[in-house]
Design a protein around this ligand. Structure first.
Ligand code: PLP
Length: 448
């Protein structure tokens, strides 16, 4: 391992001067200079090791520096580093075939991209092309990407910066049972899916709506698992009105929830599935929009209005082929499911001990801990869209965890537990023990 604090300091100084950081106040950035990583850990130039409970941006599903993927990238680099999208290429064709195998139903044709944002952008294009309609229904508690179209689909406040953005986006509520906008009566019109959507469609004109886009299990905006029946209900509404269902599984896909794809928990097949992140754990940038063969058949004789110089990049595709093989050989999805049982129980125990935990929810290696000041009123520990001082109670938790060697992702009042799917029981226990310690900070704000 390289231990060189001076080099670390130089890297940070250059980063602060010459690199523009995403979603940040530039003067406040203080990145960790990372010297290396392996498995579920990364380390800095002081030799300090961190357990990665965030999988970076919830993308390093297989863990860091998997030897099989590294070898596949090297082999592909020796053979053919790059070739344009109009060509046919071995790793691209092989990946297309493998995605048809691992995805549910007749999802069988992939458009390759550099990441999740572009997958969603192209899903919208395809849905508009197929249906000849223009509106897209998207939910409030969602993140679909950062380009103008995808960030307009995004419901969270990051969309405000580009408004009015892409035309034709209509917003729906989420099945967020803990804070249901409809007060969650039984049966709930929002959390059951159809009644809320039908009302929107009545006002919008169903014949003007091309697609509904959903994160199957919401990620960044709070790890929201829909109640059983919700997704089936949305599928049924789509079918009834000739609307395409686009599932954004950029974060929830590739084993994150303990199944290959989150929609398999509810036996729903979308018309278009968008993936990225866990497809190859980000070893080389890659995403894909995967459509049902039947949908593509409707436009086979028409011009597809989309393209990217690096679509289906050989290095990216080769790394994804190797990653899918490693998932199969090593039982990565099965491990995520087994660890899900552990996390459900371990986080449940934390909830008993920490009054500030309002709700724990998730599946597989995809968990959120929602922190409150009062369980009765559910007052959020930090308010919606809080930053700076208002966000201090949660940033203090994350900082204390980091000092103890645990890297966490947080979003407003939600602390996420989203480690690589290859995490071992011992590593998970180590992380949970640190979480247990640092959640005492959140409890300090609890109003008895
Ligand atoms: N969709 C979801 C659900 C995501 O979580 C993300 C990224 O976090 C994206 C889309 C955008 O993907 P990318 O950053 O790879 O473009």
């Amino acid at each position: 391992r390289t231990i060189d604090p001076n080099l670390g300091a130089q890297i940070v100084a250059d980063a602060r001067e010459h690199v523009l950081y995403s979603w940040s106040v530039q003067s406040a950035i203080n990145p960790i200079p990372v010297a290396g990583a392996e498995g579920r850990h990364f380390w800095d130039y002081d030799g300090k090791r961190y357990l990665d409970f965030a999988s970076q941006l919830v993308n390093v599903n297989i863990g860091h520096q998997h030897p099989k993927i590294i070898q596949a990238i090297k082999d592909q680099a020796d053979k053919l580093c790059t070739i344009g999208p109009p060509m046919a290429n071995e790793s691209r064709s092989q990946l297309g075939r493998m995605l048809a195998e691992v995805t549910p139903g007749d999802l069988s044709v992939s458009f390759f991209t550099n990441g999740g944002t572009e997958a969603n952008e192209n899903a919208v294009k395809l849905a508009r092309l197929v249906t000849g309609r223009h509106k897209i229904i998207a939910r409030y508690r969602s993140y679909h990407g950062a380009t103008h179209g995808a960030v307009t689909l995004t419901g969270d406040p990051r969309r405000w910066a580009v408004e009015p953005g892409m035309a034709g986006v209509v917003r729906a509520f989420d099945p967020y049972t803990y804070r249901c906008p409809a007060g969650h009566p039984d049966p709930c019109p929002v959390c059951s899916g159809a009644p809320h959507l039908e009302e929107i469609l009545a006002y919008e004109g169903a014949h003007t709506v091309a697609a509904i886009i959903l994160e199957t299990v919401t990620g960044t905006n709070g790890i929201i698992v829909p109640p059983d029946g919700y997704l089936q209900s949305v599928r049924e509404v789509c079918d009834r009105h000739g609307i395409l269902l686009i599932l954004d599984e950029v974060m929830a896909g590739f084993g994150r929830t303990g199944k290959w794809f989150a929609c398999e928990h509810w036996d729903v097949v979308p018309d278009i599935l968008c993936v990225a992140k866990g497809i190859n754990s980000g070893y080389v940038p890659l995403g894909a929009m995967i459509a049902r063969g039947e949908i593509i058949d409707q436009v086979r004789d028409r011009f597809f209005p989309g393209g990217l110089t690096y679509a289906g990049h050989p290095l990216a595709c080769a790394s994804a082929v190797a990653s899918i093989e490693a998932f199969r050989e090593e039982g990565v999805v099965e491990n995520a499911a087994a660890m899900g049982d552990y996390f459900r129980e371990a986080l449940g125990r934390l909830q008993e001990r920490h009054p500030s935990i309002g709700e724990v929810r998730g599946l597989g290696c995809f968990w959120g801990i929602e922190l409150v000041r009062d369980r009765e009123t559910k007052e959020m520990l930090v308010p919606f869209n809080a930053s700076g001082e208002a966000a201090a109670p949660v940033s203090r938790v994350a900082k204390a965890a980091l000092e103890r060697g645990l890297y966490l992702m947080t979003h407003w009042n939600v602390v996420m537990v989203v480690p690589p799917l290859t995490i071992t029981r011992e590593e998970a226990e180590e992380g949970i023990a640190i979480l247990d310690d640092v959640l005492a900070i959140a409890d300090e704000y609890y109003q008895e």
